[in-house]
Design a protein around this ligand. Sequence first.
Ligand code: ADP
Ligand code: MG
Length: 364
Amino acid sequence: MIDIKLEHIVKKYTSDVIAVDDLSLNFEPGSFVCLLGPSGCGKTTTLRMISGLERANDGIITVGGEIFDAPKQNIFVRPEHRKLGLVFQSYALWPHMTVQENVDFGLKLKKISKEERCRIVDESLDLLRMGAYRKRYPAELSGGQQQRVALARMLAVQPGILLLDEPLSNLDAALRLEMRSELKSLHERLGSTIVFVTHDQLEAMSLATHVAVMNEGKLEQYADPMTIYLKPATEFVATFVGSPPMNMVGFSDSEGQRWKEPFKKAVAAFRQMDGNDKRISKVGFRAEAVTLQRSDDTLLLKQNQTCIKGRVKAVLPTGPEQIVSIVVDDDQFYVVTPPSHFFENGQAVDMVIDLTMIHMFDQN
Ligand code: ADP
Ligand code: MG
């Protein structure tokens, strides 16, 4: 099992494009780390630096105790000497080789017997449900099938570190879910250190042992998935992770002196609950902190509850539940209710908020 250490990594493509900005991260041996963030936040660049396809401008990258990249010390280990498994979003399969030959290719470079290679190729293709396509060429496969072959090819060589850049992005929903569980059980079996890039927060939350949330080349938070969800360190993390996103209450003025009128009472209750006087800029609460009721029903607040009044803007059924969007002046909030609870557009509602489930965010 191999660890990866990134220390103060900087990558600039040009003087004004800083793709990765002072990133420090430790990937423990055998961990499954998801780099999570919106498009353009520097995830792929980070992965390419670990693999050696891109050189850092500053910082130190250490893998398994060996320095791979340290510009200040003039150290750079070429990608082919790093012995890492790579699957990129654009899965470069060899076009002139069949599926089977593609998977076998990496094994041929290792000194193992032909029978052993055949067994591994069969096993890898079966695992990815591609056994029936072994004689086909990449051009004769769909994008999703090519992605599966790329994964099979990588898994066949069982590298100590797997670097995966949105490897499930071309699969349909059902297969994506199946592949997630395959990857997760595979990780538990192999014990490889996995770095998995995704912009899909649900994917990150369901797969990772550790999630690194990135924004504009910087690290926002690095923790296990439940901590990311329950204790988001920043406003960015709070709104990026979770569906629907965390509801936010802000100031009415740019100086940050007054809370917007409809929230004044609620914020006072929030602050009292939080019990400290730190300078906060936003108060957040997730959909599950809210019980929604019609304003014409009797409002009975318990001690740990407060209420914000609004109007229903839309009801969005998802099957097992429904997302109700609610407007309060210019602000929009999301609440989740059972599908049996009837709300209609324009209806006046009370959001009853559990004060033990609120989040306070500092001014940046
Ligand atoms: P992500 O994978 O999170 O979507 P990337 O690492 O691909 O983000 O990109 C980070 C930033 O660097 C973006 O602003 C992107 O436009 C820029 N970038 C990526 N690759 C290059 C490149 N080869 N040349 C110049 N800019 C690049
Ligand atoms: Mg990318």
